[in-house]
Write a new protein. Structure first.
Length: 146
């Protein structure tokens, strides 16, 4: 029997075992993020759920605004009690002082986007960093447990 022919039953058996009930693979937890708010008014960024277990996650982001473009940035906080660094001249969070896990940028009104990340236990800040949006209330904290 050729070496490749010997591997075929092994791969076939592995494929069958993977399909059996009880076979577990780490599926990504979906975190729904809804952004809303128009210029000059209150803005919001909501999470569902606000707490998840560590592991792979997909942030499913939707911009519910009628006319305003938004984005979503994810950062892991060193401590939930530390102040968020702001650049007052630009009315934005100073991202250079934080470590971003990624972002969904340039979400036009009604648009959706996704971000995949591997989360470790801790507190994460999600925010929109368009000019003035963070200060208008577009931020939420996500708790990740072991």
């Amino acid at each position: 029997m050729k070496p490749r022919a010997r591997l075929l039953p092994l791969f076939a058996g592995a494929a069958i075992l993977a399909c059996l009930p009880g076979a577990s693979f780490a599926a990504a937890t979906v975190i729904n993020v809804t952004e809303d708010g128009e210029g000059g008014g209150a803005m919001s960024l909501k999470l569902d759920p606000p707490s998840v277990k560590a592991g792979p996650a997909t942030f499913a982001v939707h911009n519910d605004a009628m006319t305003e473009q938004h984005e979503m940035v994810v950062v892991r906080l060193k401590s939930p009690d530390l102040p968020i660094p702001l650049n007052a001249a630009k009315n934005r969070v100073d991202e250079s002082k934080l470590k971003s896990l990624g972002e969904v940028s340039d979400l036009k009104p009604g648009a959706s986007g996704k971000l995949n990340a591997r989360l470790v236990p801790g507190t994460y800040l999600l925010f929109c960093n368009m000019k003035g949006h963070y200060e208008a209330g577009m931020e939420a904290r996500l708790t990740v447990t072991p």
